[in-house]
Design a protein around this ligand. Structure first.
Ligand SMILES: Nc1nc2c(ncn2[C@@H]2O[C@H](COP(=O)(O)OP(=O)(O)OP(=O)(O)O)[C@@H](O)[C@H]2O)c(=O)[nH]1
Ligand SMILES: [Mg+2]
Length: 449
């Protein structure tokens, strides 16, 4: 049976961050492998950096333990004692001691006086008052009964990724790239799926365009203008057809970047309706107060199916999505109603996941299982009603110099979901609509000429 730690996600994360971003691998769990320190030594001997964690019945919200940089070995070392209460870790270093002296030796009655663990029948821990003070623990912790004792090997996460996961991510990236390059919009109705990025100012729309472009180009690019301005950076309607680095052929999708949504200014809902129906030309300069009209010189009068939007991506900054103003939330709900009314399918893209508190680079490997991300997804689901399967999480390329296969996987997986959604939209179009507006009409027109 696989052993599971008693540490909560948050506790494990706090300790990981505190001890240099290490990944913990559970080596010993006393309730499963006996409360016997000889047994514990035997199992955990010479594993490199090791962390021992003690849980007490008396204090549910606090764990204490020892971090051994050199691991359990037969030589004297300095030992870091720690206490984790809620999200705060306090530590103090003692030494040099033989690590075995953390446990009471019943024959010689020898033990580290500051921190003495007794396993076996008694199962208790005694901490000196001086150490209690350094660890910020009240006096009642001077003798604690031990309910559980766990020992972890502390692996260097990045090294581990280098040797084990990078291969996996490279293979994954190749298969995703292949799937996206060979993607075909449903029924060949259009040559490219047209995806609109829509969301509050600064949510990361243009950065997502740059991220996708960077991956397919094979190096970082910042073609779409990105920045921080409360009035918004993008004020033109920009459509990006992206080329694949290998053969320079255009990919079967177009990303459309728009003016951000804002409570009082930003993208006008009439302009949004014109974008969705394909009336707005590339590079059109928006005016928040004056939406486009049919007498504008570059207004597209008879848009074809290929000019229309086939999927809308609602982009939010995951770190601030819960703090959107009441007016903004109401605006997004209105926009969503409009999309539903027009029959346009939409998905949610949550950016900035890297800036969530406690999330580190290593978490991007399994981001949907991280507690803070799960909580955010639940909040967005609760506030807006989006389905969990339609919420995608990414970390955009914003300040990096090089591509990272872990980020690529998140971005490409999100893009694949978006394109499948565009296909659902095309598949659901009424047959008449497909024929009159789609490829067939273009072919007919060309034949007539
Ligand atoms: N850390 C982090 N920063 C991001 C991410 N995505 C975007 N940013 C930053 O957020 C800011 C806004 O990003 P933009 O891509 O310009 O956002 P936008 O939605 O296009 O903004 P407007 O065009 O003004 O509506 C920039 O400073 C980006 O560098 C992300 O995933 N992680
Ligand atoms: Mg922008």
């Amino acid at each position: 049976m696989a052993m599971r730690t008693r540490l909560t996600w948050l506790q494990e994360k706090c300790l990981q961050n505190h001890f240099g971003g290490k990944h913990f691998c559970l080596l010993y769990k006393a309730s499963v492998q006996t409360f016997c320190h000889q047994n514990l030594f035997w199992t955990c001997w010479d594993h490199g950096p090791t962390m021992l964690v003690l849980y007490s019945e008396d204090s549910e919200d606090c764990v204490v333990g020892a971090y051994l940089k050199e691991g359990f070995r037969k030589e004297t070392i300095s030992i870091t004692l720690f206490a984790l209460r809620e999200t705060e870790v306090l530590e103090c270093t003692i030494g040099s001691y033989l690590p075995s002296l953390l446990f009471l030796d019943r024959e010689s009655f020898d033990c580290i006086p500051d921190f003495c663990i007794v396993l076996g029948e008694e199962k208790n821990l005694t901490i000196s008052s001086e150490t209690l003070e350094k660890l910020g623990l009240p006096l009642r912790y001077s003798t604690m009964s031990i309910q559980e004792c766990e020992v972890f090997r502390c692996e260097v996460l990045l090294d581990e990724r280098k040797t084990r996961d990078i291969d996996f991510f490279n293979r994954m990236q190749n298969s995703l790239l292949h799937a996206l390059r060979t993607y075909k919009p449903y029924g060949d109705l259009v040559p490219q799926a047209r995806i609109l990025l829509l969301g509050p100012i600064g949510s990361g729309k243009s950065s997502f365009v740059n991220s996708v472009k960077s991956i397919f180009r094979g190096s970082i690019t910042h073609q779409a203008m990105v920045g921080c301005d409360r009035n918004g950076i993008s004020d033109n309607y920009m459509t990006y057809s992206i080329k694949y680095r290998g053969d320079g052929s255009p990919l079967p999708f177009v990303l459309c970047d728009s003016l951000g949504l804002s409570q009082n200014a930003g993208l006008h809902t009439d302009d949004l309706a014109s974008i969705l129906t394909g009336h707005i030309p590339d590079r059109y300069q928006f005016n928040s107060k004056k939406p486009i009209t049919s007498d504008h010189p570059s207004y597209i009068h008879d848009p074809l199916l290929k000019d229309r939007i086939h999927c809308v991506v609602l982009v939010f900054d995951i770190s601030s999505v819960e703090h959107l103003s009441y007016g903004m939330v109401a605006k997004i709900k209105r926009v969503r109603k409009m999309l539903i009314k027009c029959g346009i399918l939409h998905v949610v893209l949550l950016t900035h996941v890297d800036s969530l508190e406690l999330i580190s680079k290593g978490d991007l490997i399994d981001i949907y299982n991280c507690e803070p991300v799960k909580l955010k997804l639940e909040a967005v689901h609760r506030d807006f009603g989006f389905a969990f399967s339609d919420m995608l999480v990414v970390s955009n390329y914003v300040s990096e110099w090089h591509l990272d296969p872990v980020k690529d996987k998140l971005i490409l997986s999100a893009l694949r979901h978006i394109l499948y959604t565009a296909n659902d939209f095309l598949e659901d179009l009424p047959l008449d609509g497909q024929k009159s507006e789609g490829k067939d009409s273009r072919v007919c027109e060309q034949k007539k000429k």
